[in-house]
Design a protein around this ligand. Structure first.
Ligand SMILES: Nc1ncnc2c1ncn2[C@@H]1O[C@H](COP(=O)(O)OP(=O)(O)OP(=O)(O)O)[C@@H](O)[C@H]1O
Ligand SMILES: [Mg+2]
Length: 175
């Protein structure tokens, strides 16, 4: 059996238990998993810097012996090939993720046919969790303690204490 290294790319602003769930599943299937934090995103200014996001991920993925964390910019396929990866791991929460994810997977296949995209579903209890929603709910003092690792909750509290201007995000009910 060949050694399979997979890349799990994302913004991870911040990492959630949904991300960790996917990491955990991926670490069981692949020989090595690289969690790759995208530096420049089209999502607007992130709450946490790339460095902060990578540090949090490094800490919370420590229990997995075959998971490492990296940051990247530019095309995912370029980074993946440069890392010697043969698979890209993505999480699928709901039908709403499907269309975008398939489109990206097809484009990545066009760009790098040797890379296979693999989709994994999280535990049911995390199917509604996104970083954007976490930030939005936290900003309004909602309890998110069961949805993010303790370290992330602590970092969110520190951001708030440091009076970082905007926690960003939308919550249900906001128009
Ligand atoms: N709760 C979750 N369950 C399964 N997969 C997830 C979950 N949250 C994110 N993912 C997947 O992780 C990858 C990286 O996602 P991303 O960094 O965009 O996180 P996100 O929570 O969707 O953040 P944002 O709200 O900023 O888009 C994507 O493949 C995404 O579908
Ligand atoms: Mg997303």
């Amino acid at each position: 059996m060949p050694f399979v290294r997979a890349i799990y790319p994302g913004t991870f602003d911040p990492p959630t238990n949904g991300h960790l769930d996917v990491v955990s599943r991926g670490s069981k299937v692949f020989d090595h998993l690289v969690v790759a934090v995208l530096h420049n995103t089209s999502k607007g200014a992130p709450l946490f810097t790339t460095k902060e996001r990578a540090e949090m991920l490094t800490e919370v993925t420590k229990p997995f012996g075959n998971v490492t964390v990296a940051t990247f910019d530019g095309l995912l396929v370029d980074f993946a090939l440069q890392q010697g990866a043969t698979a890209v791991l993505r999480g699928i929460r709901a039908i709403s993720d499907y269309e975008y994810e398939i489109q990206m997977a097809m484009m990545n296949r066009k760009l790098a046919p040797s890379l296979e995209t693999v989709f994994m579903m999280p535990a049911e209890k995390y199917t509604y969790v996104s970083s954007r929603l976490i930030k939005g709910v936290y900003q309004l003092n909602g309890d998110i303690s069961e949805l993010v690792p303790p370290l992330v909750l602590q970092r969110l509290q520190e951001k708030r204490a440091g009076r970082t201007p905007e926690l960003g995000g939308e919550v249900p009910g906001e128009v």
